[in-house]
Design a protein around this ligand. Structure first.
Ligand code: ADP
Length: 250
């Protein structure tokens, strides 16, 4: 991010991006809900080259027990990148980056999940990045929110996330890996679409004030589109189940 750009052009002469997108286009997104039978809730998300699986357990007894809160459920969020998710094998297990992403994602969901309904319990959210192509923290939170809904956990809203940034001097929506690596800035955010509250906000690189405002606006609009897709995915899933469709989960 914001690093040395070794002569790599991210926009062609027509202003198209390396994957053919315009500046304000999202990558293709596919959402599937209730894909794992052993978890209480789950969702699988493809977002461009990102492939993400989210699973939710709970509300369940708190382990270790001394972490229990008599006023609300304890939320646990684990973001993990599979060793095979990136070009070179990634060393398995948590690292600084995944611990940070887990923390800020948990903090975002804490504002949305109605933890006060389930004192002395815990809700565990696991997100596995199976394939990474930038924007994985946004994809992970978007999938986690669907998995929480699938688990029937009461929430104030569905969290939707999206990033915007700057490539070859232009503000652009939803950067992919090369754009994130060789671009000038990246700004992931997550929102509660119902209230417009920003639940997660980060920024790498440099932007002018105008670019910052444009990027913020673009990411917000992107997250709203993601939110519409989430609602549609949930409605489609519900329709299949009421028609006695493929899902035999009890
Ligand atoms: P995000 O995935 O949320 O955009 P970053 O900006 O930290 O988070 O990472 C951008 C991309 O860089 C990731 O999606 C992934 O493709 C790649 N990446 C991150 N960490 C590693 C790593 N340890 N090894 C190889 N590639 C990585």
């Amino acid at each position: 991010m914001g690093g040395h750009n070794p002569g790599i052009k991210l926009l062609d002469k027509d202003g198209k991006r390396i994957d053919g997108r315009g500046l304000y286009d999202l990558r293709p997104i596919k959402m599937e809900i209730g894909v794992l039978k052993k978890a209480d809730g789950s969702a699988y998300l493809e977002w461009g080259g990102n492939k993400v699986m989210a699973a939710v357990y709970g509300p369940k007894p708190v382990m270790p027990r001394h972490l229990a809160n008599p006023y609300k459920a304890v939320l646990m969020y684990r973001y993990n990148m599979a060793p095979f998710s990136v070009d070179d094998r990634k060393r398995p297990g948590p690292d600084r980056r995944s611990i940070e992403i887990s923390k800020i994602s948990r903090d975002a969901l804490e504002r949305i999940v109605m933890t006060e309904y389930f004192p002395n319990t815990m809700i565990e959210i696991f997100v596995e990045i199976l394939q990474a192509d930038a924007g994985t923290r946004c994809a992970a939170l978007t999938a986690a929110s669907l998995a929480l809904a699938d688990a029937g956990i009461p929430m104030r809203d569905l969290v939707a996330a999206c990033a915007a940034g700057k490539i070859d001097g232009k503000v652009a929506l939803d950067l992919k890996k090369e754009e994130d690596n060789y671009g000038e800035s990246d700004m992931p955010l997550a929102i509660s679409p119902r209230t417009g509250d920003i639940l997660l906000f980060q920024m790498d690189g440099l932007l002018t004030k105008e670019e910052y405002l444009e990027s913020l606006h673009l990411a917000l609009e992107g997250a709203k589109k993601v939110s519409e897709m989430q609602k549609k995915a949930l409605k489609d899933k519900y329709k299949i189940e009421t028609l006695g469709g493929e899902d035999d989960k009890v």
